[in-house]
Structure formats: structure tokens, C-alpha cells
Design a protein around this ligand. Structure first.
Ligand code: PLP
Length: 407
């Protein structure tokens, strides 16, 4: 028997997503509780969104204070929190004085703005836009056109034209690039594809190759940004300067906000009347994001993402499970590669054991805990995740005594 809330989901919500895993009612720190009072250790953090965990006092206080001060005024007006967040993002991204920030309300909106930026740069002479196969940039019609997953695009064709998809190799980029390319979009770690890193040196090469042909390099930091990989933004590990980055997820810590951050000459492409959003950059959202980023900074959570990420990785690599093939990712954005297509079963078993993780695909379990976790949470995770793997391993052995042969 499906619980009544599952019936409500089925009856009342659009069927654009699958069945929901649980009815979650509240959260605190790295934990959430469902409607039956069962507690889960949340190592997904709303898909890399809840940077400070749940109900963090800084997050709560920022919302309450700004809601009681000024929540929304339209973009006919500027507000202090909006200007403060723009300056903060420019500083953290390292744009220098010439950077600019556009605010939207989601990752897709940040990438829509980036797509328009690319078109403004390209004009009639540069109709081509390059993106990587298997990368994810969003689900609106524009960002879906940038998303190199044919099965996601197919029901919604025709796509916005001009986008071509490349293998994630430097050679493929060299071969595709010419003076008719407006921009290259890249995800520094392909999160939705299963936490897949780009080849070593890719971003540096992409910077050189795009600069040579006059194309923009646009880095989608929506999942990797806000300190998650052990740098404020993943492109910073590569020591390059892109033309633009997009951010969302972790910067709001649970409040919906996204932004496009431009560098140098790319900052001069938009002109009045070319883009906008009613909610984008309103004082409520920007005050919350500012407080979240401020707490990540003052709490040393970027460095913590690196050190705790390394420890988490060690824990995962030392798991005694025949299911685990390896670990991918960086900082607190990790993917556990499985030898069998059982990520869904591992996630379900983890949930049974009181742990939330996610199946990025059939063979990858994605792990993206709050940046605020410490050794206690990592130890608890190790125990619960090992138990989940064990459950699935035993079930596999029952079904098929020699699982290696069916791999
Ligand atoms: C989540 C995500 C998006 C889309 O963000 P939404 O807020 O869901 O629109 C785009 N790009 C990447 C890399 C993402 O992880």
C-alpha cells in the first residue's frame, strides 16, 4: 500500500518526475526527518544546495531579518543586499573591477543568461556554440539545447539551434573550434553525468583554444561552485580566467538564486533591454546568499571541503565491498563508481539504513553533503554506507552467485 502522501503526489503533482522517496518534514544540520519521525543523515544536501546544512542559524536569521526589512522591489531599483552580493561574488570569483553580475532565480536561468551572452558575442558571424556530450546545463528550452543528452532533448525537439556537442577531449575541441564559434560551455566536473572530471589540462587548453579563436569560455559552476570542490569555484583549481561562470545551487544554501558572473570584455556585452527577471536579484534572495557565502568564508568551509572531502574519499576507497570500482570527484562532490548497475538499489538500501545519497546514474552514487560536516558525520556515513553496500551485495549474491560474470 502506497502511503497517502504518495497518492497525493501521484494525483496532484505534474508527472514530470518519478515517485518521491520520502515525505521530509524538517531538518537540522546534516540531518532530516521524515513524517514518521525517522532520521536520515543527509549526504546529498538537496543536490549540493544546502551548503550550511539545514536550518543553519545564519540562514534563518538572514531570511527573517531581510523579510522584515525589504523583500522585493523590482529591478527598477537597486538595493543594498544586491550590490553587496554582486561585489562579494566578483571578489570570490576573482573578476577584478571589470566583472559584472546578473541575478536570476535558478541554475537554468543563470545558463539562459549565459546563452544570451554567447549570442550577443557571436552575432551573425559566430552562430556556433559548443558544449560537451553528457554535460547538464538545465531543463528550460535554451539550457536543454545546451545539454548533451539526446534522450532528454528528443521529446522537446526542435531545439534552439546552433549547439554542437563534443567529446570531452582536447583533441575534439581543437578539431571543432573555428572563428564561427561564439562560445564553449563546460561543466568542470560533470555532476549529473556521474561526477565525471574533465581530462587533466582540459580547462587550460580550452582557455587557450577559445582565446585564440575569439570564442567565450563559459564555465557552469552551478554544482561545483560555492566552495564545494575545495576552491570557491572549480575553475580556480586550473588557474585560468574564464569569460563567464554560472552559479546557483550552493550559493543560496536553500534559497533559490542563480547568477551569471562575467569577466573582462564579456562584461560589456549586455546592454539595457536585453535581459531581465522580475524576481532576479531581489533583496531577500541576495541577502540570504550573501549571508551564506559570508558564513562559508568566515567558517573556513572552502578549506574544510578540501580536507573533509579528502577524508571522505579515503573512507570510500577503503570500503571493503566488491561493488565499488572507484571514487571520482573533488572535495565534497564525489561519485562512487559501481561495478554493477545497482546505484538505485544502493540508494534505496541507504535510505532504509537512514542515509540519503543519490544515484547520479545506474553505476554512480553521488555524495554531496553539507560543507559543515565534521568527522562525526563522516564516521556515521561510513557505517551507514557500508551497511547499504552490504545489503545490496547480499541481494546480488542471492540472485546470482557469481555476479562478476554478469557485469
Ligand atoms: C543543477 C544544475 C543546473 C540547473 O540548475 P537548476 O537550478 O536546476 O535550473 C545546471 N547546470 C548544472 C551543472 C547543474 O548541476
Amino acid at each position: 500500500m502506497a502511503p497517502t502522501w504518495a497518492e497525493d503526489v501521484d494525483r496532484d503533482l505534474v508527472r514530470s518526475a518519478g515517485a518521491r522517496l520520502a515525505l521530509l518534514e524538517r531538518g537540522e544540520g546534516a540531518y532530516v526527518w521524515d513524517a514518521d519521525g525517522k532520521r536520515y543523515l543527509d549526504f546529498l544536501a538537496g543536490i549540493a544546495v544546502n551548503s550550511l546544512g539545514h536550518a543553519h542559524p545564519v540562514f534563518v536569521e538572514a531570511i527573517a531579518r531581510q523579510a522584515a526589512t525589504l523583500s522585493h522591489v523590482s529591478n527598477y531599483f537597486a538595493t543594498p543586499p544586491q550590490l553587496a552580493l554582486a561585489a562579494q561574488l566578483k571578489r570570490l570569483a576573482g573578476t577584478g573591477d571589470t566583472g559584472r553580475v546578473y541575478f536570476g532565480n535558478s541554475g537554468a536561468e543563470a545558463n539562459e543568461a549565459a546563452f544570451k551572452l554567447a549570442r550577443l558575442h557571436g552575432g551573425a558571424d559566430r552562430p556556433r556554440i559548443l558544449a560537451l556530450k553528457d554535460a547538464f546545463h538545465g531543463r528550460t528550452m535554451g539550457t536543454l539545447a545546451l545539454t548533451g543528452k539526446p534522450h532528454m532533448q528528443q521529446p522537446f525537439e526542435p531545439m534552439v539551434p546552433g549547439v554542437e556537442f563534443l567529446d570531452s577531449t582536447i583533441e575534439a575541441l581543437e578539431a571543432a573550434m573555428d572563428e564561427r564559434v561564439a562560445a564553449l560551455f563546460v561543466e568542470p566536473i560533470k555532476g549529473e553525468a556521474g561526477v565525471v572530471e574533465l581530462p587533466a589540462g582540459y580547462l587550460q587548453a580550452a582557455r587557450e583554444i577559445t582565446a585564440r579563436s575569439g570564442a567565450l569560455l563559459i564555465v557552469d559552476e552551478i554544482q561545483t561552485g560555492a566552495g564545494r570542490t575545495g576552491a570557491w569555484f572549480a575553475f580556480q583549481h586550473a588557474g585560468i580566467e574564464p569569460d563567464a561562470i554560472t552559479v546557483a545551487k550552493g550559493i543560496g544554501g536553500g534559497f533559490p538564486i542563480g547568477a551569471l558572473i562575467t569577466f573582462g570584455r564579456a562584461s560589456e556585452l549586455f546592454y539595457p533591454g536585453t535581459h531581465g527577471s522580475t524576481f532576479g536579484g531581489n533583496p531577500l534572495g541576495t541577502a540570504v546568499a550573501s549571508a551564506v557565502l559570508g558564513e562559508i568564508e568566515s567558517g573556513g568551509l572552502v578549506e574544510a571541503a578540501a580536507t573533509h572531502g579528502a577524508r571522505l574519499r579515503q573512507v570510500l576507497e577503503s570500503l571493503d565491498s566488491s561493488l565499488v570500482e572507484g571514487v571520482r570527484g573533488r572535495g565534497l562532490l564525489l561519485g562512487v563508481a559501481l561495478r554493477h548497475p545497482v546505484a538505485g538499489a544502493v540508494v534505496a538500501a541507504a535510505q532504509e539504513h537512514g542515509l540519503i545519497v543519490n544515484a547520479a546514474n545506474e553505476r554512480t552514487v553521488r555524495i554531496a553533503p553539507p560543507l559543515t560536516i565534521g568527522d562525526v558525520e563522516i564516521d556515521e556515513f561510513a557505517e551507514l554506507f557500508a551497511a547499504a553496500l552490504n545489503t545490496v551485495e547480499s541481494a546480488l549474491l542471492l540472485e546470482n552467485p557469481t555476479p562478476e560474470e554478469s557485469a
